[in-house]
Design a protein around this ligand. Sequence first.
Ligand SMILES: [Zn+2]
Ligand SMILES: [Zn+2]
Length: 196
Amino acid sequence: MRLEGSCQCGKVTFSVESETPYPYMFCYCSICRKTSGAVTCNVMGRRATLKVTGAAHLRCYHAVIRKKGRRAARSEGERWFCGLCGSHLYVLDDRWPEGVWPNAAAIDTDLPVPPEHVQLMTRYKPAWVPTVPDGPRFPEYPKLSIAAWHEEHGLTVESPAPRRARSATKKRGRSSRATSIRTRSRARRAGGEPAT
Ligand SMILES: [Zn+2]
Ligand SMILES: [Zn+2]
């Protein structure tokens, strides 16, 4: 299905085709909390179909990942915001070049209501942030990727045929078939998505 999104001031709008539009995954990590609000939910779309208007107002932020006993590191994930109003719009990550992860809160299209909620990064949740009673919880990454969860629940949504991965990757200067195969298998792995 086609998802339409926008920032709060309206200068940036975007659309993307998604086979995985259920906003079921609530993240409590501190990066999401500080950049998007107390509970953050991303869905997934196909990057090759992402269209943006007002792109001149976009700003990109690479989160700082802080772990005890380790030097702070820069996340490879790109968080794209409206530079005027600060709305967080979507995440891109070249390690998973076929996807785009819109912030569900920026989407104006009515999203389907998920049958359960998966809550992740619960170990980073401050006590004042409420949880939802249904569905599995994970202290860090969940077992299933967004695509695998949709598949397992029979909720993968029909969308116009994707352009062949090869032409999409070629366009970005990556012609190797190995890249897209590696990307697919990594995306299936637990945590195989740019959650941080
Ligand atoms: Zn804006
Ligand atoms: Zn998070």
